[in-house]
Design a protein around this ligand. Structure first.
Ligand code: PLP
Length: 465
């Protein structure tokens, strides 16, 4: 047999016949990217991959920590032999969260895995405390919790739809409640509190209609990112869910893979829910990822609250299941270095303030573009633009126009990297542009992002004519 063609070097990712741009290097908030043979050496990274790069690129301190961690690194299988690095990271996260919120942590390699793990931890919790009938998980429409089959089963978006035949039963086990999407679903004249109460009442009705003694968990992204674009929850929404979970003895879980670990919280706080909930209202379990390792290592995790830990301790005393690379010592050591540096340098405060400044400046700069920009929303270092044909009617663009992805390309040509998303292909409901810069951004970076995004809106407007 003769091989007629050289094997392709293309990674099985993205468009098959379109070559992705290649990153050549990165320093701070800037990346150098080769695209179609041309080197772009002045790209301001306003989305840090997918809201990942908290510390920016090429951080010397972290590179040194990596070198040191690699020297001492010896791999062990986590359920046979433990390591101090994973324990220290757990201690750090627990100590820097409100007192009593979390009691233990599991470290894995991706946000999808963290949600898969959380689903199993919650299931075992119900078994440990003698509630085997509690199998049902209620998550939201227009949500994203990852791309593995379990995580996709608790999601609701175009991707979940594509793979629906492989997913866990959506009528019996993975139930859905309405999305929390004030821009589109809050009624005219309704206050934030009224909208929140309406959603919480609907959740209670779903619980009652589906036999409360069979409900295991209610799950939300504290601040949804890839599902409908950084829509902050209305006042009273998360505390209302907490109240309902208490009332029906149901686990309250939050997914903070994208919005958490310092991305959108004031004053050095780690968790996004601290914007909206008191320590007493803390979730029972939480997943994290992305900024935890800031892109230097592949790490995500599950923070487990005392209620769950106690049920295990008083029950079988054994966590069932583990992944080969869970609690990976090298990953945990580097993530701890990242988090300690963020804390020592007050970088969550920096991103909260500079991110809010960026959002306000974008709002101001794009106010007059009412035939393309419908909404500018977010909090801290997590913002979105939602594109519409008409700001008054909120009519979305047809998916065939593909504004989200085209806008991403236009931004790239103008020297700013953002993430464009489009409802039919990605996870969102319409066309969204996501911004999630690194925690080290300066006032000058903020101004440059705003100028380049505004120029891109001008260029996109011209393209749509
Ligand atoms: N959960 C949320 C809220 C996310 O936004 C994502 C990814 O964007 C995930 C989970 C999945 O994380 P990963 O892509 O690391 O598997």
């Amino acid at each position: 047999m003769t091989i007629e063609k050289e094997p392709s070097t293309q990674v099985f990712q993205g468009y098959i016949t379109k070559r992705l741009p290649h990153v050549l290097s990165g320093k701070g908030c800037n990346i150098v990217v080769e695209k179609d043979g041309k080197v772009h050496d002045d790209i301001l990274d306003a989305v840090t991959g997918a809201a990942v790069g908290a510390l920016g690129w090429g951080d010397e301190d972290i590179l040194n920590i990596m070198a040191e961690a690699a020297k001492g690194h010896t791999y062990t299988f986590p359920s046979l032999i433990g390591n101090s690095q994973s324990e220290e990271l757990s201690k750090f996260y627990i100590e820097n969260s409100p007192k009593g919120a979390f009691a233990s942590a599991l470290w894995c390699c991706s946000g999808s895995e963290s949600n898969e793990n959380a689903m199993k931890i919650i299931r075992q919790y119900q078994l440990e405390r003698g509630q085997p009938k509690r199998t049902k998980i209620i998550s939201r429409e227009l949500s994203y919790h990852g791309f593995t089959l379990g995580a996709l089963s608790i999601s609701s978006n175009a991707r979940a739809e594509q793979f629906k035949d492989l997913l866990i039963d959506q009528k019996e086990t993975c139930l859905k409640m309405p999305a929390c999407y004030p821009y589109r679903f809050m009624n005219k004249g309704e206050t934030e509190e009224e909208y929140a109460a309406r959603l919480v009442d609907t959740l209670e009705k779903i619980i009652i209609d589906n036999d409360p003694t069979t409900i295991s968990c209610v799950l939300v992204e504290t601040l949804p990112g890839s599902s409908l674009g950084t829509a902050p929850p209305p006042k009273g929404y998360l505390s209302g869910i907490r109240r309902i979970c208490n009332k029906y003895d149901v686990i309250f879980m939050v997914d903070e893979v994208m919005c958490g670990t310092g991305r959108s919280n004031p004053n050095g706080k780690l968790n996004c829910w601290e914007n909206y909930l008191t320590a007493e209202e803390a979730p029972d379990i939480q997943t994290v990822g992305k900024t935890l390792g800031s892109g230097y290592v592949t790490i995500a995790g599950v923070l487990v609250g005392p209620k769950i830990l106690d049920a295990y301790a008083e029950g079988s005393n054994l966590v069932i299941g583990s992944h080969t690379y869970a609690s990976h010592g090298f990953n945990c050591a580097v993530a701890l270095g990242v988090q300690k540096k963020i804390l020592a340098n007050g970088l969550t405060k920096n991103i909260f303030e500079k991110g809010n400044l960026m959002g306000e400046k974008l709002r101001e700069a794009l106010m007059s573009y009412d035939n393309i920009v419908g909404d500018v929303r977010g909090i801290g270092g997590f913002w979105s633009l939602e594109f519409v044909k008409d700001r008054d009617t909120k009519e979305p663009f047809s998916y065939t126009v593909d504004v989200g992805h085209r806008f991403q390309d236009v931004c790239f040509e103008n020297g700013v990297s953002v993430m464009g998303m489009q409802g039919n292909i990605d996870m969102v409901s319409g066309d969204i542009c996501l911004l999630a810069p690194s925690f080290i951004i300066t006032d000058e970076d903020v101004d440059n992002i705003v100028v380049r995004v505004k120029k891109s809106v001008d260029d996109m407007t011209a393209l749509l004519k």
